[in-house]
Design a protein around this ligand. Sequence first.
Ligand code: FAS
Ligand code: PHB
Length: 389
Amino acid sequence: MRTQVAIIGAGPAGLMLGRLLDRIGVDNVILERRSADYVLGRIRAGVLEDGTVELMEMAGVNGRMHQEGLPHTGCELSFDGDTLRIDFEALIGRRVMVYGQTEVTRDLMEARARDGGPVVYEAQDVALHDVLGAAPRVTWRDGGIERSLSCDFVAGCDGFHGVARATIPPERLTLFERVYPFGWLGVLVDKPPVSDELIYAHHERGFALCSMRSPSRSRYYVQCRTDERVEEWPDERFYGELRRRIDPEVAEKLQEGPSIEKSIAPLRSFVAEPMRYGQLFLAGDAAHIVPPTGAKGLNLAMSDVRCLFEAFAEHYRDGSPAGLERYSERVLNRIWKAERFSWWMTTLLHIFPDTDRFSRRIQRAEFDFLAGSRAAQAALAENYVGLPI
Ligand code: FAS
Ligand code: PHB
C-alpha cells in the first residue's frame, strides 16, 4: 500500500488531520490501535475554543455542533465561598462552545466513513520505519498478516502512550514534565447541570468542577489523591464531597443520579521538543499534555493539526517546504503558553498536599487580584477562549 500521509491514531487529532487532507485531495491512511467503539467510549474534554469551532467549520463537520453545542459567554470561579464570573463576551468579545470530545470524534468518524480515506482500526503493533529517509514506511499486524504502507510523511497523532514519539531516539528529544500530586475523579450523569455555566471551585477539601454535556447531561469532577481507585468512590460519596466543595446555594440545586461513567485521570504537564524528526511530525497528546483545569488538551491538539495541515497543504499545493520546516517552532510557541495557563489555573485552584500557610495566602491573593482587576480577568479570558494561532 502507498499513501502521501500516514496518520497514526484516530483520536480527534488524527481524524481532524485526515479530514482536512481529504478535502484538498491529499491521500492519507489512518491507523488506529483500538476499535472505533473503544475510541468513542473514552469520556474526555468538554470545552471547544473558538479556534476549534472554526476548524470544525473549515472541516465541514460543524452541523451537529451548532445544533447541539452550548455557546458559553463566561465561566465562574468560586474560592472558599467567594464567587467571580469571568465574562468572556464583555471582556474580549469572544465565547467558547460546550460540546463533548466524544461528539467531535463521532462527527469526524462519520465524515471519514462517508467521504474520506481508509481508517484501519485494531491495527496491532504499529511500527514506523525509515522516517529519516525519503521513503518512510509504517507496518502493522492485521490479525496474523503483516501489513506495510509506504508514504511521504508520518503524522504521529497517537497520544501520550503512542508509538510515534517512542520512535524518536531519546537523544534527539528534550522532555519537560511536571506530575501533580493529585488526580481528577470525573462523573457523567444524565441529570440537568447544577448551573448554566462552568464552575471552577477552590475549597480547603480540594478542587471541584461543575460542567455539562447538554441541558440534560452533567459532568462533575472532584480533586482526589493519586493512589485512589474509582471503586472507593460510590456515587453517594462523590456527590457528598462535591456538595461540600461548591457554594451551598449552588449545592442546593444539585440533582444526583446514577453515574453513567466514572474515571480518575492523573494530572501532568508534559512537552516533548522538537515535534519533528525527519518525515515524522507529532501533533496533540503525542507531544504534549496539560492538566485539564484550563480546558486546553483537546484544543491544543486541534491547533497543532491546523498548523500541520497548513504545512502539508503548502508542500503539496505550492511545493514549498517552509511550513513543514517551521511547524515545530510555530506550534511549540503556542503550546508553552497553554502549558503556562493550565499550570497557573491548576496552581490557583487545587490544594497541594505540601501547601503551607504562605502558599494558601498566595492563592487567596491571586484570586483577590483577579476579582479586582479587569485586565487580569481579560488575560484569563484570552487564555481560556484561546490564544491566536
Ligand atoms: P488521543 O489520545 O485522544 O488519541 C490518540 C489515539 O491514538 C487513540 O485513539 C489511541 O488509541 C491511538 N493510539 C495510541 N497508540 C497507538 C499505536 N501504537 N498505534 C495506533 N494507534 C495508537 N482535555 C480537555 O481539554 N479537557 C478535559 O477535560 C480533558 N480530560 C481528559 C481526561 C483524560 C482521562 C485524558 C486521558 C485526557 C483528557 N483531556 C482533556 C485531554 C484529551 O482531551 C486530549 O487532549 C485529546 O484526547 C488529545 O487528542 P489526540 O492528540 O488525538 O490524542
Ligand atoms: C469537561 O466538561 O469535561 C471539562 C470542562 C472544562 C475543563 C475540564 C473538563 O477545564
